[in-house]
Design a protein around this ligand. Structure first.
Ligand code: ADP
Ligand code: MG
Length: 733
């Protein structure tokens, strides 16, 4: 018996090749097939006479008629197969041409009636229908049951070898046969309240809508449902956490005052507010799960240090995790400095190194003795990469986990920290990526948010400039001047090596003639004499070549160094330290410096191939400068002069506010541009829903209400099942 959960390979029309292809869309069963919704529609719903179609040159029309001739012919270009036909209705006829579909003559014969939808075009001999969609009908005037023409026709996002036509051909009979087996998943009361289409009708209408407003109604239902599932998921996580307990660590107000007095600056009001919210959370046994959000340079680290201090003084331990070794090392230094007068032992564990500080002095120790110290509680604050929370690392009494530059805890880390344990650590994540409100209420809906929404007072706004190609020289002169005053310069490249240099390498290997492999335009004046091969005009600059050029030709007197992901950790660390101390003038780097690096003496951020980066990411780069009272600059170079790109970069010039920029990214590039959303596996409808704050609020309220009544969803077995399926598909981080 075939039913909704039958694998598609058991369907008569779906052969092995298609099974494999469909798997790529995540389609494995009949149900998956029915829930594979179209991306858009073609409106072929108006059928007109051939006579009036002949008047509509350039328009897409739908006509019906009888085939009077059909044959394959050769085009003037021999390699393209062409099928020519003529169709007629009561008082007119029109020529039809299909390209590259020679098999058509097997299914469409003379005297057959057809419905065709395509563009009216002009060719030497006159008007014709260009490559139309087609289907056979019984007679002219038939408009029941059309699938590919004569209606609003679904268009699916196609990948190689699976066409929309094929999908329609397979999905439609499945709908007839199985749609009644689909069980309603939304609670009755929600359907009533929002007047949603019931699920069976909604599925039909999404694939083969009667009108566009039917399609919209169906879409509205599924947008709601998908966001609703996200909400249920996130809120259930939250409930789960509420059953656990964390160590209560009372705040010592006098100690906190002593700490803030020890700083070389005054905390901003925002920093104080956030620190207070966190310290208050830590006093409770309810596990904290908080996201500290603050633009780059807003000073999150010192807030985290206060939380760490409070925990340590309550004789518990802190794990402070950074996404990269560079950052872990930087934090180790910063936190050690901040806490040096408070009798706190700070340790650091990365891939190879283990270090501790005591009273301001740093010692290298073996990993083994680091682990020992951690296990018997001698280390209060352990800083490191993700390697800190692993089975091989044992804390005596871990009470707080801080995660820097991450939106939230990865599923595995979180499970590791929480699963099977009664007493779990409090969780604090920190991020500089602004989270639009819709996301805060959905994917991050289980976290409490604290926002640092002001910058330290001494800062000047970074001047952002889109540099025209002709002004490169002036930029170089400016850099020389700034460096002379002891300031530091970052240059970011979207890639390490250029295509040209890779080709060059390949060509040299192949036949020893580097020029044979590449043709195209050259810009030698832009690229210097010592390069064997010039760059194609539009290629973005690459780190390694530019290092050669800048250090030999442009800035021979300056100290220039490269930094990129593949370098060994100690080398990276040394470079960052040298740069910080002022022993390096210009640091050329890939996007590894994106997060967190703090070099107050740097005043210039130059970004090559700026179009390659999202606005939020560019804003992050820019946040690497302007971290002192000196005026700083951000120079953006681009190889893409398109309007869209201009518009994006201009947004960056005009706004210094990470939130605004994230919203702009959302507006200009769509929800896919938001950090992570692509990897999350959020379904399309929910994605679109994520741009609609009202919908988001509605689904959140509905999910809260339902879980309040029935936290285990006992009375909603279908919904529970859908949620389970949904959870295997999405994975937030
Ligand atoms: P982010 O929030 O991007 O992680 P950091 O914590 O690295 O920012 O802080 C950026 C810089 O600002 C550091 O050099 C830090 O010492 C300094 N800073 C932090 N808070 C203040 C403040 N209230 N006034 C002045 N400087 C501050
Ligand atoms: Mg930081």
């Amino acid at each position: 018996m075939i039913n909704l959960s039958t694998p598609i390979q058991e369907l008569p029309k779906v052969g092995a090749v298609y099974v494999k292809k469909l798997k790529k869309f995540g389609i494995k069963t009949v149900q998956d097939m029915l829930f594979y919704f179209p991306a858009r529609y073609d409106d072929f719903s108006e059928i007109i006479s051939i006579k009036s179609a002949r008047q509509k040159l350039g328009e897409t029309v739908c006509v019906q008629g009888q085939i009077t001739e059909i044959e394959n012919t050769n085009t003037f270009k021999k390699y393209m197969a062409m099928t020519e036909a003529v169709i007629q209705d009561d008082n007119s006829e029109i020529k039809v041409i299909w390209f590259n579909q020679p098999y058509l003559v097997k299914s469409l014969k003379e005297d057959d009636f057809v419905c065709l939808a395509g563009k009216v075009s002009l060719y030497k001999e006159g008007i014709f229908l260009n490559n139309p969609s087609y289907e056979r009908i019984n007679e002219i005037g038939e408009n029941e049951e059309l699938t590919h023409t004569g209606r609003i026709v679904p268009v699916y996002s196609e990948t190689r070898g699976v066409t929309s036509r094929w999908l329609r051909y397979v999905i439609k009979p499945l709908l007839y046969r199985f749609v009644e087996q689909i069980q309603e998943s939304l609670p009755e009361e929600i359907i009533k309240k929002y007047k949603f289409l019931p699920i069976q009708e909604a599925v039909w209408q999404l694939h083969f809508p009667s009108t566009f407003s039917h399609a919209d109604a169906a879409k509205a239902r599924f947008s709601f449902e998908e966001l609703f599932l996200i909400q249920l998921n996130v809120l259930k996580e939250k409930l789960k956490l509420m059953l656990k307990k964390s160590p209560a660590c009372p705040m010592d107000a006098a100690l906190m005052k002593k700490f803030t007095d020890s700083l070389p600056f005054l905390l901003t009001d925002s920093q104080k507010k956030c620190a207070f919210a966190i310290l208050k959370d830590l006093e409770k046994t309810a596990p904290m799960s908080r996201l500290l959000e603050g633009d780059v340079g807003s000073g999150k680290t010192v807030v985290a240090a206060m939380a760490a201090l409070s925990i340590a003084k309550n004789s518990h331990q802190v794990a402070f995790m950074a996404p990269t070794e560079i950052l872990a090392k930087q934090h180790f230094k910063t936190i050690s400095d901040l806490l040096k007068d408070f009798d706190i032992k700070v340790g650091m564990l990365t891939g190879k190194d283990a270090r501790i500080t005591k009273d301001g002095e740093t010692f290298e120790i073996s990993k083994k003795s680091f682990n020992g110290d951690l296990e018997n509680g001698q280390i209060d604050v352990a800083i490191g990469t993700h390697s800190l929370i692993q089975k091989t690392v044992t804390f005596k009494n871990l009470a707080l986990v801080i995660l820097d530059e991450q939106h939230r805890f990865g599923v595995e880390q979180r499970d590791y920290l929480i699963k099977g344990k009664k007493l779990i650590p409090h969780l604090l994540s920190m991020t500089a990526t602004p989270i639009p409100r819709t996301l805060a209420l959905t994917v991050y809906g289980d976290l409490d948010l604290s926002l640092i929404d002001e910058m330290p007072k001494n800062r000047k706004k970074v001047k952002t400039i889109i540099v025209e190609p002709g002004q490169r020289k002036e930029t170089h002169e400016f850099i020389k001047k700034e460096v002379k005053e002891g300031k530091g310069v970052f240059v970011i490249y979207p890639k390490i090596e250029s295509q040209a240099s890779k080709l060059k390498e390949a060509a040299t290997k192949a036949d020893g003639d580097p020029f044979s492999a590449v043709s195209g335009s050259f810009v030698p004046q832009n690229y210097g004499f010592n390069s064997l091969l010039s760059l194609p005009v539009n290629e973005v600059k690459a780190l390694k070549e530019e290092y050669e050029r800048l250090s030999k030709e442009v800035f021979p007197d300056l100290r220039i160094t490269m930094l990129y992901g593949k370098m060994k950790a100690p080398e990276k660390e040394r470079i960052m330290l040298d740069f910080k101390k002022g022993e390096i003038d210009i640091l050329l780097s890939t996007s590894v410096v994106e997060v967190g690096v703090d070099v107050p003496r740097a005043t210039i951020m130059m970004v090559e191939g700026a179009e390659r980066f999202g606005l939020s990411q560019l804003h992050q780069f820019r946040g690497r400068v302007g971290r002192s009272d000196m005026q700083s600059y951000c120079f953006l170079f681009t190889t893409d002069p398109s309007m869209l790109n201009r518009k994006r970069l201009k947004a960056l010039v005009e706004s210094n506010n990470g939130f605004e920029l994230a919203e702009k990214d959302l507006e200009i590039r769509g929800p896919g541009s938001l950090y992570g959303t692509q990897q999350w596996g959020i379904p399309d409808m929910a994605m679109q829903g994520l741009t609609n704050i009202f919908l988001v609020e509605k689904t959140r309220a509905a999910a809260k209400e339902l879980l309040g009544k029935d936290p285990e969803l006992k009375n909603y077995p279908e919904l529970k099942e859908r949620l389970k399926q949904f959870q295997t598909k999405i994975h937030f981080e």
